[in-house]
Design a protein around this ligand. Sequence first.
Ligand code: GLA
Length: 380
Amino acid sequence: MNIRTLVPCAFVAFCACSHAPVMQSSSVAGVSQSDFGKTADGNSVELYTLTNAQGLKASILTYGALVTKLEVPDRNGKLGDIVLGFDNLEGYLAGHPYFGATIGRVANRIAKGKFTLDGKTYSLAINNGPNHLHGGLAGFDKRVWKAEPIASSEGPAVKFSYRSPDGEEGYPGNLDVSVVYTLTAQNELKIQYAATTDQATPVNLTNHSYFNLAGGGDILGHDLTIHARRFTPVDETLIPTGKLQSVKNSPMDFTKPHQIGERIAQLKGNPEKGNPGGYDHNYVLNSGTGELAPAVRVREPNSGRVMEIFTTEPGVQFYSGNFLDGTLKGKGGVVYQKHAGFCLETDHFPDSVNQPKFPSIILRPGKTYTQTTIHKFSVE
Ligand code: GLA
C-alpha cells in the first residue's frame, strides 16, 4: 500500500480518485494513521506509522498489533525496510508464519497443549504437530486490537489493547493486554507489554518480527552475539527437555560474534519429524534478573546496520527462518526463501507451564504482567 503523510489538497483529490489509502496525521506528533482494509468478518484494520526526529519509521497494524515495516538508515544514511511482511491485508489474512506479530497468550510451544494449574488440567488448541504454538489457532497475532496514539516524552507512541476472553484457545480467565510501541529519539523501537487477569493463567508475550538488516537476500552473513552461556535443548518436536545446557564448544555459542551461517549446517534438526534444522532455540540470557539488560547484538557488514536488543525477559528464542521455503511472496513481490529473515523473540522459556524449574509464567488476579524489550539501531 502507499504510505503518505498529510498532503496538500490537490494530492488528496488525486488519492480519492485512485482509491489509494490516505495517511492522516493523528493529534500526536510523529504518529499518522491510514485504513488498511477489513477482515473477513468486516472489522476495519488500521495502520499506524511512527516517525521519529531522525526519520526512522515503524508501521504497526491493528491486526495482530504487528509490525509491517521498520525503516532504519544504513551507514550512508539511506533508509531501508528491515522486516519481512506484506504490502496489504490480504497477505496477512491468507496465513503467514507470524511476520511482525504480537504473540500470546503464551509464546512458543506447550507440550501436547496441556498444563495443570491449581489442580485443574487445561487443554489448549493444538496447532503445531502434537503441540500448542504461539497462542493456538487464532492467537493474539490474528486478533484486531484497539489503537490509541499516546503523547510520550520519549517519542511518537501507539498503545494497542485487546481483551482475550475466558476460554479463548483453551486458556482460563479474561486477560486484558496492552502493547505500547514507542520510537524514541535514540533510534530505539521500544515495546512495552502489560496484562491483568481475573483468573490465574499463563502469560508469555513477545514480538515475532523477522529481521534482515541488509534489507534483502539471506541473513547468513549477519554477525550475531547473544549474551547467553546456556540454552534449553529440545526434543524432536522442539519441546525443551528441561535441561539448561552450556553453549561452550558448540555451534550454539554466540557469546562472541559469529556469522549466523558459519555453523548452521551442523544443526541438522529432524526433517522427518518436521524440524528442518538450523537455529530454533531458546537461549537462557545471562542477566535473568527481570531488569532491562543487554540480550543480543546483530551487525550486518555490508549495510553497516547494527541492532542491539535489551529486555527484561529471561530468554530469547533465536529462530533462523528455517521454515521459510519460497512459497510466500512478500513486500514488493519478493519471494521469501529459507533464511530470508531471523527472529529474536524475547520471552520466557518454551513450555514453562510444564517445567517446574523454569521461571514461572503464571499471572494471578491483582498482579500485573509486564515485559519491556528495546531494539536499538545504529551503524558502524
Ligand atoms: C517460532 C518457533 C519456530 C516456528 C516459528 C514460526 O520461532 O520457535 O519453530 O514455529 O516461530 O514459523
